[in-house]
Design a protein around this ligand. Sequence first.
Ligand SMILES: CC(=O)CC(=O)SCCNC(=O)CCNC(=O)[C@H](O)C(C)(C)COP(=O)(O)OP(=O)(O)OC[C@H]1O[C@@H](n2cnc3c(N)ncnc32)[C@H](O)[C@@H]1OP(=O)(O)O
Ligand SMILES: NC(=O)C1=CN([C@@H]2O[C@H](COP(=O)(O)OP(=O)(O)OC[C@H]3O[C@@H](n4cnc5c(N)ncnc54)[C@H](OP(=O)(O)O)[C@@H]3O)[C@@H](O)[C@H]2O)C=CC1
Length: 291
Amino acid sequence: MTDIPAGDIARVGVVGCGQMGAGIAEVCARAGLDVKVAETTGEALEIGRTRLFNSLTKAAGRGKISADELADTQARLSFTTDLGEFADRDLVIEAVVESEQVKTEIFQVLDQVVTRPDAVLASNTSSIPLVKLAVATSRPDQVIGIHFFNPAPVQQLVELIPALTTSEGTLARAQAFAEKVLGKHAIRAQDRSGFVVNALLIPYLLSAIRMFESGIASREDIDNGMELGCAHPMGPLKLSDLIGLDTVASVASSMYEEYKEPLYAAPPLLQRMVDAGRLGRKSGSGFYAYA
Ligand SMILES: CC(=O)CC(=O)SCCNC(=O)CCNC(=O)[C@H](O)C(C)(C)COP(=O)(O)OP(=O)(O)OC[C@H]1O[C@@H](n2cnc3c(N)ncnc32)[C@H](O)[C@@H]1OP(=O)(O)O
Ligand SMILES: NC(=O)C1=CN([C@@H]2O[C@H](COP(=O)(O)OP(=O)(O)OC[C@H]3O[C@@H](n4cnc5c(N)ncnc54)[C@H](OP(=O)(O)O)[C@@H]3O)[C@@H](O)[C@H]2O)C=CC1
C-alpha cells in the first residue's frame, strides 16, 4: 500500500458526543488535531462537552497530560449543533447511535456540507455494513469504517473497514491517521457485519446473558468466572453494561440480519432490559446498578 503522509489530516469532525464520540474527540485532540464535535441539541452538546472535559481533567489529574497540554487540548476542541460547520473538515468520524437509518441520514447531510473534495467520511459503526453508508453519498470511494474500542482513550485497537466502493487511497489515509497520528494499532476487516472483534465478542456476550437468563449462575459468578478464570479485565455482563445494552442489542440485530445464525440472536432478556430503559452504565442501571 502507498505510504501516504499522515499530516494531510489536520481538521477532524466528530458527529455525536456520547461515550464513543467524546472518547474519539478526546483522542484526536490529544494527538494535536483541530477537532469540531457536533450534537443534535444544545443540551446534548453541553452533556457531551462536560463528559469530554471531565475525562481530560481526569487525565491531567493522573499525570497523563500536563496542565499546559490540558489547556492546549481544550483549545483545539470546538462544539456545534450545526453540521454545516463541518465544511472544512479533512476527516469526519460519525459516532451516533447504532441505527442504519440515522447514520444514513447523517452521511447524506455530510455529503452535502463537507466541501473538501478529498475529505474522508468515516463511521465508528460496530456492525452496520459500510457500503450502505457509502452509497448514501456521492463519494462512496471516500467512505470507510474506522472502528474504535471502548474506552477510546484506553484501547489500543482500531479496525479499518473498507466498503467494496472504498478506494485504496482512502484506506491508506485512514491507516496512516490511525497509526501515525493517533498511535493506535490498526487491523483490517472486510465489510461483514461485526468485522473481526464484534463477530467474536457479541456471541460471547449474548451467551453470558442467556446463561444468566436461564439461571445457571448469578451475574457475579458469571463475571467472576471470566475475570478470575480467564483474566478478562471485565466479565461479560459488566462489559455489556459498559458498551450499553441498546448498542449490544442493535449490534446483535445487525449481525443476525446478516448471517441468520442463532448465535447472533438477542436473548429476550436483553430486549426487555432495553425496553425498560436499563441500558447499563449510561442509564444508571443494567445488569448492575451504578451510582
Ligand atoms: C461494542 C464495540 O463496537 C466494540 C467495543 O468497544 S467492545 C468493548 C471493548 N472494551 C473492553 O473490552 C473493556 C474491557 N475493560 C477494560 O479494558 C478495563 O476494565 C477498563 C479500561 C474499562 C477499566 O480498567 P480498570 O483497571 O478496571 O479501571 P481503572 O483503574 O479506573 O482504569 C484503568 C486505566 O484506564 C483509564 N480509564 C478507564 N476508563 C476510562 C475512560 N472512560 N476514559 C479514559 N480513560 C479511562 C484509567 O484512567 C486508568 O488509567 P491509568 O492506569 O493510566 O491511570
Ligand atoms: N459503546 C461501545 O462500546 C462502542 C460503540 N461503538 C459505536 O459507536 C456509536 C455510538 O455509540 P455510543 O457512543 O456508545 O452511544 P451513546 O448512546 O453513548 O451515544 C449515542 C450518540 O448518538 C446520538 N444520537 C442518538 N440518536 C440520534 C439521532 N437520531 N440523530 C443524531 N444523533 C443521535 C446521541 O445524541 P443524543 O444524546 O442527543 O441522543 C449520542 O451523541 C454506535 O455506532 C456504536 O455501535 C463503537 C465501539 C464501541
